[in-house]
Design a protein around this ligand. Structure first.
Ligand SMILES: Cc1ncc(COP(=O)(O)O)c(C=O)c1O
Length: 414
């Protein structure tokens, strides 16, 4: 029997399980508790001496099916699912960090990742060090013998810088630290960080894995021993994935490959179009042939994903005007939905960064981010063009713009 299967097959077949009804679809194990055959069985399962479910904060069959399916796709030994991507990231930090150690994180990760590290782990005596994603010199000087975790997201969102996972992994490993890669953006369909030396992969599963904008969830993948640690954190801190959400993710993952390939094709077309538009400035998409890290992109990624960003007009007003003129694309801050979404990162997802941090991350007030969905690409193109026609004529590519010096948006909790 051939054991290695392709992703498309794993996505619909791994983790299949049945109840007594013979239903073809996986049942939703909507239960908090489980019945033991005897007091001795209860004691054995509680202590871990015997396998089996105990209580749904610890394990649940539907959650487990989702974990097995995602692990097969990511090529990981095992997976632990969480209530959200942030719960997954926090669990890694809880498992691995202690007072006096440090964590080294790339600057352009998802905004809340960095603010969570700083707000909730910084105050426990953990030094949070921030480096430029592509700056190997900064990774080398910041990672030392007190580093426990190295965290990065590649390609970065929204400006699509790419980290060399293999090189950062070897710097981390030489110091005895683990490398964590947030793979939400490309999914296992287009990038498998564990193959390049990452120790842990994180997903915000409500993005492409659900793919239909219905739920939130998170997952961490890696070696069995590390997953055991995370299962303990989840059991103790209660950041477990809900059963209904696990079932939605289990079904969402079945169409992951088809969806991300379609989004990848459309995003490529839209990015190429954007490079030809005089009213649009720089275009950021790893699929463009002139991406500054093209050879690394081709070595590390097997696709480019459905997210791109570009600068619109001359000012924030122009960017907002263009966004407001879109008729088909939704104004929403998530990614990976069947429906295309646009956002203005400087005033939404990245509003908690200081002006200097935004400048370093390349996020100007002219920048907009597009998460391309499954609408027909010609309709998307027509929408983007129609919105652009509302801006006066000028050549954004020929003109240099002052760095934006708008005041910082006050900190808000989310
Ligand atoms: C790349 C990335 N990582 C992590 C997260 C956090 O995930 P969640 O919203 O599921 O907590 C997000 C959320 O948008 C994200 O985009």
């Amino acid at each position: 029997m051939r054991m290695h299967r392709r992703n498309a097959t794993s996505a619909v077949r791994v983790g299949q399980y049945q109840d007594l009804s013979d239903a073809h679809g996986e049942p939703i194990a909507m239960t908090a508790a489980y019945v033991f055959t005897s007091a001795a069985d209860a004691a054995a399962r509680f202590s871990g001496a015997a396998p089996g479910n105990v209580y749904s904060r610890f394990t649940n069959p539907t959650v487990r099916a989702f974990e097995q399916r995602l692990a097969a796709m990511e090529g990981a030994e095992d997976c632990v699912a969480f209530a959200s991507g942030m719960a997954a990231i926090a669990a890694i930090a809880h498992a691995r960090l202690e007072a006096g150690c440090n964590l080294v994180c790339s600057r352009d990760v998802f905004g809340t990742t960095l603010s969570a590290f700083r707000s909730y782990f910084g105050k426990l005596g953990i030094d949070v060090r921030v480096v430029g994603l592509t700056r190997l010199d900064e990774w080398r000087t910041s990672i030392d013998e007190r580093t426990r975790l190295v965290f990065l997201e590649t390609p970065s969102n929204p400006v699509q810088h790419v980290a060399d996972i293999g090189v950062v992994a070897s710097i981390a490993h030489a110091a005895g630290a683990l490398l964590v890669v947030d793979n939400t953006m490309l999914t296992p369909v287009f990038q498998k960080p564990l193959r390049f030396g990452a120790d842990l992969v994180v997903h915000s599963a409500g993005k492409y894995i659900d793919g239909q904008g219905r739920t939130i969830g998170g997952a961490v993948l890696g070696a069995e021993l590390l997953m055991d640690e995370l299962r303990h954190v989840r059991r103790s801190l209660g950041s477990s994935l809900g059963v209904m959400n696990a079932w939605l993710l289990l079904k969402g993952i079945e169409t992951l490959e088809l969806r991300v390939e379609a989004a990848n094709r459309s995003a490529g077309e839209l990015a190429s179009w954007a490079t030809t538009q005089a009213k649009l400035g720089r275009v950021h998409y790893t699929g463009l042939p002139d991406h500054p890290q093209r050879s690394l992109v081709c070595r590390q990624q097997s696709g480019f994903g459905g997210v791109l960003s570009f600068e619109v007009g001359r000012s924030r007003e122009d960017a907002w005007r263009w966004i407001d003129a879109l008729e088909l694309v939704s104004i929403a801050t998530s990614i990976g939905d069947t429906r295309s979404m646009v956002t203005h990162p400087a005033t939404t997802t990245h509003c908690r960064l200081s002006i200097e941090e935004r400048r370093l991350a390349g996020i100007s007030h002219r920048l907009v981010r597009l998460s391309v969905g499954l609408e027909h690409v010609d309709d998307l193109l027509a929408d983007l063009e129609h919105a652009l026609a509302t801006l006066p004529a000028f050549d954004a590519k020929a003109q240099a713009f002052e760095p934006d010096l708008l005041p910082d948006t006050p900190w808000r909790s989310s």
